[in-house]
Write a protein that binds this ligand. Structure first.
Ligand SMILES: C[S@@+](CC[C@H](N)C(=O)[O-])C[C@H]1O[C@@H](n2cnc3c(N)ncnc32)[C@H](O)[C@@H]1O
Length: 204
């Protein structure tokens, strides 16, 4: 699994996440980001072009070395300073209250202990700081949920620990965030079990 996870999966993720349909969604979730931002699951930097000019610095948290390498061309074109500042969203190497905002896109499905990562985000965000999220997770419809539960073991094996059936918004609330904006929808280009998206902003 080491070779697949380290050498193959980051390339698959880079290609899959670079879908055209994802771009307007990335633009939407990045809108309103300002000041110092921490992005967890930075991947290959597909959000970089969407950071608004009000962002002054981005601390990228990404475990996969190859994803960081694949981000190079996007980082070269970035208008905002971005540094790889951490490797694991479950344990952030930052002081309390050190960021104005956080960003996570299609990452909360994969972090093994998501409640721990959400606690960490709350800790490093300043009071009133915002978490901008765009995530797939448990669908609103029971019929789709049943498929998600069925497919989840295979999805986890093939997609590096990605879960289809996490109740993402509930977990964000459980971590003590208040949901300020939320849009729940099925991605038009993706079968429903894989494309039940939640796009929103939560506040500490
Ligand atoms: C599906 S990819 C999404 C990448 C990127 N956010 C995007 O939208 O293109 C999930 C990302 O989460 C990263 N990841 C996995 N476990 C993580 C962890 N514990 N902490 C932070 N990121 C993690 C993976 O390496 C991968 O880059």
């Amino acid at each position: 699994m080491g070779f697949y996870r380290e050498r193959v999966l980051p390339r698959i993720v880079d290609a899959a996440c670079n879908a055209k349909v994802a771009r307007p969604q990335r633009r939407r979730v990045c809108a309103g980001l300002a000041g110092e931002v921490v992005e967890i699951g930075f991947g290959s930097g597909l959000n970089v072009e969407h950071y608004p000019p009000a962002v002054t610095r981005v601390a990228a948290v990404e475990p996969a070395d190859l994803s960081w390498k694949l981000a190079a061309k996007r980082l070269a074109a970035a208008t905002v300073p971005v540094e790889r500042a951490g490797l694991d969203g479950q344990s952030l190497p930052f002081a309390d209250d050190s960021f104005d905002a956080a960003l996570s896109t299609w990452t909360m499905c994969t972090i093994p202990d998501l409640p721990a990562a959400l606690r960490e985000l709350r800790r490093v965000l300043r009071p009133g700081g915002t978490l901008h999220f765009l995530e797939h997770g448990l669908a609103p419809d029971e019929r789709v949920q049943r498929w998600q539960h069925r497919l989840n073991p295979l999805q986890k094996r093939v997609c590096g620990g990605c879960n289809l059936n996490r109740p993402i918004v509930q977990l964000i609330r459980d971590a003590g965030f208040e949901i300020r904006e939320l849009d729940v929808y099925y991605d038009q280009a993706t079968p429903k079990p894989f494309g039940a998206n939640s796009l929103g902003v939560a506040q500490t």
